[in-house]
Design a protein around this ligand. Structure first.
Ligand code: PMV
Length: 325
């Protein structure tokens, strides 16, 4: 059996819209923070059956994953791609799970495809007798399964642009404390793959690559200067820009529920009253990611003492010890 784990990552500048669908190449560069304790685990087990099989990985530290038929097919098709690359014809059982709820806007596709690619490549190298390729190559294979997964190979920050993916560091911002406000654990109705296609039908998509480029440059500048407020402003504008594409495409949909909107309004009120607060972002889902610098302990305490926390769950990235829940 071969096993691998990989962390999730959450984009501050979003990858939304593809310039090449088959290779998952983005229409704009993206920047993400690797959420080191939110992880997926994959086991690959040889079996004698005629086809590869997916099943949830059974581990008390992980949520039992429930992939629908389409999701299983997508996952196994990526595994087949890896087998083909190494000329392997044997069949396997692929087990996977995450230590956080999946398909709810927590970027589970990033960690699950990165972990599958790592375990798959290691397994196929051993079975075929090939040398294990370097991480840069494994990351490119992973991108073919899920674009955002290529950023999970780098930390603390990953920049994905036309030259590839590379790790970045920003003094003062490398050890952000990250919490996830779980507004809902229900599976989202529109997958990110569908979203990538639909956004192109929005009139707002015209100009989106240019806006994302400008915002990325500004964000990198703000983070280099350790300008937290500007980082908040840019991240806020960025996720709202992505969500605006969702509500203005030709089959409009929204992930922002009244409950998430109430929390977002609370965040704005908190910033306006304190001239300080968390950096916030949302992925393609209802849940809200908040980030703090290590020296914001008092502000964070104040924030949580006021937040109507009984209404939803909180996953604290720092408290997921040993990389598992
Ligand atoms: O990797 P995909 O195809 O699941 O795309 C995910 C894209 C977002 O998570 C919505 C944004 C991002 O940059 O991670």
């Amino acid at each position: 059996m071969w096993s691998a784990i990989a962390p999730s990552n959450i984009a501050f500048i979003k990858y939304m819209g593809k310039s090449d669908v088959a290779s998952n190449l983005p229409t704009n560069s993206s920047l993400s923070f690797t959420t080191k304790n939110l992880i997926s685990k994959v086991n690959i087990i040889p079996h004698k059956g005629d086809i590869d099989i997916w099943r949830p990985l059974d581990d008390e530290n992980f949520f039992t994953l429930d992939l629908n038929e389409f999701e299983q097919a997508k996952y196994l098709s990526h595994f087949s791609r890896i087998k083909e690359l190494f000329g392997v014809r044997d069949n396997f059982i692929v087990e996977s799970s995450n230590n956080f709820p999946s398909s709810t806007g927590i970027a589970s596709s990033a960690s699950s495809f990165a972990a599958l690619t790592k375990a798959g490549v290691w397994a196929m190298c051993e079975v075929s007798g090939a040398d294990v390729p370097d991480d840069g190559y494994i990351c490119e294979i992973s991108r073919l399964g899920s674009g955002s997964s290529c950023r999970s190979f780098f930390q603390p920050w990953a920049l994905w642009n036309s030259a590839g993916v590379k790790e970045l560091g920003f003094d003062g911002f490398n050890f952000l404390n990250h919490q996830l406000l779980i507004i809902s654990s229900e599976k989202k109705l529109v997958s990110s793959s569908q979203a990538h296609q639909l956004v192109k039908t929005s009139l707002l998509f015209q100009g989106r690559p240019e806006r994302a480029k400008l915002r990325l440059e500004r964000l990198i500048g703000a983070m280099k200067k350790q300008d937290w407020k500007e980082t908040f402003n840019l991240c806020w504008a960025e996720f709202m820009d992505m969500h605006a594409l969702f509500v203005t495409c030709n089959k409009p949909f929204s992930y922002i529920s009244s409950k998430s909107m109430a929390v977002l309004n609370f965040v704005l009120g908190f910033w306006s009253a304190n001239d300080d607060g968390p950096v916030v972002t949302m992925d393609a889902g209802e849940n809200i990611h908040i980030f703090w610098r290590p020296n914001q302990a008092d502000v964070k305490k104040e924030f949580f003492s006021r937040l109507p926390i009984e209404d939803f769950g909180v996953i604290d990235n720092e408290k997921i010890s040993g990389s598992v829940r």
